[in-house]
Design a protein around this ligand. Structure first.
Ligand code: UFG
Length: 328
């Protein structure tokens, strides 16, 4: 396949590019480098600087590339993804995440590109009261980030119906870890996610950390999440793109592990390597108590199963940070 990866210089996008190249596909990356970096883009991928919210920029790149050979599929990773930031800056989230998807779809329609693989999120489900989230469950986001992803999902569904296109929407749970090559991983200023923050605290890169809330209705009072290794998640994109290209169907699939771990479980796992200094603080705005995926559908349809555990996630994140952050 020839695949256009929008946001391919970012954390998850760069891992998808690595997996596509390992599977011998041709990859073109479009990224505005707002959070991504050039050095995260695999040397075999072609990188264009471009902003997804600017139609002229996307059109120009699609015109150059599609004149050579049209894309079989587009993958979209170019989103803002930080839940608390979305509560503070909802307009920026709607602009980048929803308008960006609209411009991308319009460009795809104009160039007759038929297949879109879209990064959505477990945040579309909202405050879930049951043990496992199924794809058919009602969606009721409780923060602007989840709302922008749900709005994008719906737009994609209507557009695919109108223009005879196919989609593969993936709802990610908590993605973490680094590629085993340790070339790429989650590297940015102002990290907010629990695993890198815990690892940085363990490595002495930050002095201590706060556990947000210990009075949630869970066993140890801290929030439960379903952690999925970024390389497993990235590989699902290769399978998803191939599946919709070959079968001309559309899919919405959870990508998680069917397992939940609390914030304290994560800290305990990191403490197998180094002690972690933490204190308890109040719960964070927009945080549901528990989010765990049922990933049965991804297994049944794509034959996808996550191969790496929470221990692998933490090990690769520690090794990545030791290599890229401690040497400074
Ligand atoms: N947490 C802390 N201390 C920190 C950082 C996080 O206690 O310093 C807690 C949070 O309060 C939450 C848990 O760790 O309870 C996980 O928080 P993250 O920020 O790592 O991730 P979120 O669950 O908020 O969000 C992530 C993605 C979303 C996705 C969601 C799905 O960022 O895109 O997982 O489960 F929707």
């Amino acid at each position: 396949m020839k695949v256009c990866v929008i946001g391919g210089a970012g954390y998850i996008g760069s891992h998808a590019v690595y997996e596509l190249i390992r599977a011998k596909h041709e990859v073109v990356v479009i990224d505005n480098l707002s959070t991504g970096t050039k050095d995260a883009v695999h040397e075999k991928a072609k990188l264009y600087l471009g902003d997804i919210t600017k139609k002229e920029e996307l059109h120009e790149i699609f015109a150059i590339e599609c004149a050579k050979k049209p894309f079989d599929a587009v993958m979209h990773f170019a989103a803002k993804i930080v839940v608390p930031e979305s509560v503070e800056k909802p307009l920026e989230y709607y602009h980048n995440n929803v308008e960006g998807v609209r411009v991308m779809l319009e460009t795809m329609r104009d160039f007759k590109i038929k297949n879109i693989v879209f990064s959505s999120t477990a945040a579309v489900y909202g405050d879930v009261k049951k043990d496992l989230c199924l794809e058919e469950d009602p969606c009721a986001p409780i923060n602007p980030y989840g709302e922008t992803k749900l709005a994008s999902e719906k737009m994609i569904q209507w557009v695919c119906k109108a223009y005879d296109m196919n989609y593969c929407i993936f709802r990610y749970f908590n993605v973490a870890g680094a590629d085993e090559s340790l070339e790429i991983g989650l590297k940015r200023d102002n990290l907010t996610h629990i695993i890198p923050i815990t690892v940085q605290t363990a490595l002495g890169i930050r002095p201590s950390m706060i556990v947000f809330g210990n009075d949630y209705p869970t066993e140890d009072g801290t929030c439960i999440r379903d952690y999925i290794h970024v390389a497993d998640l990235a590989y699902a994109h290769v399978l998803g793109a191939k599946y919709i290209c070959d079968n001309h169907v559309s899919l919405t699939l959870n990508l998680g592990s069917n397992n939940g771990f609390s914030v304290l479980d994560v800290i305990k796992e990191v403490e197998k390597y180094h002690p972690v200094k933490y204190t308890f603080g109040p719960g964070r705005a927009g945080d549901p108590a528990k989010l765990i995926a049922s990933s049965t559908k991804a297994k049944e349809i794509l034959g996808w199963i996550p191969r790496r555990s929470l221990a692998d996630i933490i090990k690769t994140d520690i090794e990545f940070r030791k290599k890229h952050e401690l040497k400074k």
